[in-house]
Design a protein around this ligand. Structure first.
Ligand SMILES: NC(=O)c1ccc[n+]([C@@H]2O[C@H](COP(=O)([O-])OP(=O)(O)OC[C@H]3O[C@@H](n4cnc5c(N)ncnc54)[C@H](O)[C@@H]3O)[C@@H](O)[C@H]2O)c1
Length: 340
C-alpha cells in the first residue's frame, strides 16, 4: 500500500460529511468517492467538495481497486450488509456506532476481518475525546477513591427514528464510555421504557448495567425531553466527577464530596453519617476534535496492523448490551445476562 490511504465514504446524511471533512484534513489520506442512496445528499456534498467523485451505488466504491478503506455512516440496519461486502472486497472498514443490528452480525464481521487481515474499527467517537481520556486518567489514578457507580443522562427533543429505539440511538456513547473508563465487561442489563410517538419504538428508556468488576451503572435516554442533557456522573467513595458535555469550557467538575459511615458505634445515638463538603475544581483540557483523532487512528491502524482502541470487540460488547436491553424491554425490565 502506498503512503497515502485512499478512502470511500458510504452515507452522507448528518454524520458522513463530518467524516469527509476530517479525513480530508489529514495529510496521509485522500477521500476519493462519496456514496449516498439519496441524490440530494450527493448534490449537497458536491457543492461543498466540488472535486470529490460521488455515486449512488456503494458497489462502485468496492469495485475500485485504488480504494483501500471504506467508512460506513448509514443507518444501523445497513451496517452489516455494507461492511461485509467491503471486507469481501478486501477493504479496511470503519463502521459507525452501533456496529450492527445484532451480536451475531458483529461476530461474523470480526471473524471475516481476522481471516482477511483487514482493520475493522467502530466509531465510538467519545473514546477519542480528551475529556473522556482525562476522566479515565483521574479514575485510574485513584484520586476519586473506589468508583462506586456511574450514572448518565442523554436527553433531548427528537430526532425520532423509526428503525431503532432511543437506547440504540443515544446509549452507545454512554455504554462505550462506561466500558472504557472502568475497563470492565458488561454482565447483565435491566431496561424499562415506553413508546409515546411511534408505536413499538421506545422514545424513553431507563437502563441499568452490572459490570464484571462489580461496578454498577445507569443510563437514561429520551427523545421526549424539553432540554438537551448530556451528563455523566462518576461517583467515587472519596470524590465525584461530573461530565457535562453541553458546557463549552468546564466540561469536567470534580467535587470533593463524600459520605462516610463511622467504623464503630455502640448505640444508635452514636451512629451518624459524616458528610464531607470540599472544593469543586475543573481541570484544564486541551480540546481537539475527537473525530479527527479517531480518523487518524483508523489510518494508523491500517498502516501498522495494530488493534484499534475502539475495536470490533468493543463494538460487539456495546451491541450485546443494546440487544439485552431490547430483550429486557420486552420482559418488563427483567434482568438479562450477557453471554461472555
Ligand atoms: N459517532 C458519532 O458521534 C455519531 C453521531 C451521529 C451519528 N452517528 C452514526 O452514523 C450513522 C448515520 O447516522 P446519521 O445521523 O448520519 O443518519 P442519516 O439518516 O442522517 O444519514 C444516513 C445516510 O445514509 C444514506 N443511506 C442509507 N442507506 C444507504 C445505502 N444502502 N447506500 C448508500 N447510502 C445509504 C441515507 O440516504 C442517508 O443520507 C448511524 O450509525 C449513527 O448512529 C454517529
Amino acid at each position: 500500500m502506498s503512503a497515502e490511504i485512499v478512502l470511500g465514504i458510504v452515507g452522507c446524511g448528518y454524520w458522513g460529511p463530518n467524516l469527509i471533512r476530517n479525513f480530508s484534513s489529514l495529510a496521509d489520506c485522500r477521500v476519493r468517492l462519496a456514496c449516498d442512496a439519496d441524490p440530494d445528499r450527493l448534490k449537497h456534498i458536491q457543492g461543498v467538495y466540488p472535486h470529490l467523485e460521488v455515486t449512488e451505488a456503494y458497489q462502485e466504491i468496492l469495485d475500485d481497486d485504488g480504494i483501500d478503506a471504506v467508512a460506513v455512516a448509514t443507518p444501523v440496519w445497513t451496517h452489516h450488509e455494507i461492511a461485509k461486502a467491503a471486507l469481501e472486497a478486501g477493504k479496511h472498514v470503519l463502521i459507525e456506532k452501533p456496529m450492527a443490528s445484532s451480536s451475531a452480525q458483529c461476530r461474523e464481521l470480526i471473524d471475516m476481518a481476522a481471516e482477511k487481515h483487514l482493520t475493522i474499527m467502530v466509531g465510538h467517537t467519545y473514546i477519542y475525546s480528551s475529556t473522556i481520556r482525562k476522566i479515565k486518567e483521574i479514575v485510574d489514578s485513584g484520586d476519586i477513591g473506589e468508583l462506586l457507580y456511574i450514572s448518565s443522562q442523554r436527553l433531548n427533543l427528537g430526532l425520532f427514528q423509526k428503525d431503532i429505539n432511543v437506547a440504540w440511538d443515544l446509549a452507545p456513547h454512554d455504554i462505550s464510555i462506561m466500558l472504557y473508563v472502568t475497563g470492565a465487561a458488561p454482565l447483565a442489563v435491566n431496561c424499562q421504557g415506553k413508546s409515546h410517538i411511534n408505536p413499538g419504538v421506545e422514545d424513553v428508556t431507563n437502563m441499568s448495567l452490572n459490570l464484571s468488576n462489580g461496578g454498577f451503572a445507569t443510563i437514561q435516554t429520551s427523545w421526549l425531553d424539553p432540554n438537551k442533557v448530556r451528563r455523566m456522573t462518576f461517583v467515587g467513595n472519596r470524590r465525584m466527577i461530573l461530565f457535562d458535555d453541553n458546557e463549552p469550557m468546564e466540561k469536567i467538575r470534580i467535587y470533593d464530596k463524600r459520605v462516610s459511615v463511622p467504623p464503630h458505634y455502640d448505640t444508635f445515638a452514636e451512629f451518624h453519617y459524616s458528610y464531607h463538603y470540599g472544593d469543586i475544581y475543573s481541570p484544564y483540557i486541551n480540546q481537539i476534535e475527537p473525530l479527527k483523532t479517531e480518523c487518524q487512528h483508523f489510518l494508523d491502524c491500517i498502516k501498522t496492523g495494530q488493534q484499534p482502541q475502539t475495536s470490533a470487540r468493543q463494538g460487539l460488547q456495546v451491541v450485546q448490551v443494546l440487544e439485552a436491553a431490547n430483550e429486557s424491554l420486552k420482559n418488563d425490565g427483567a434482568k438479562i445476562e450477557i453471554d461472555q
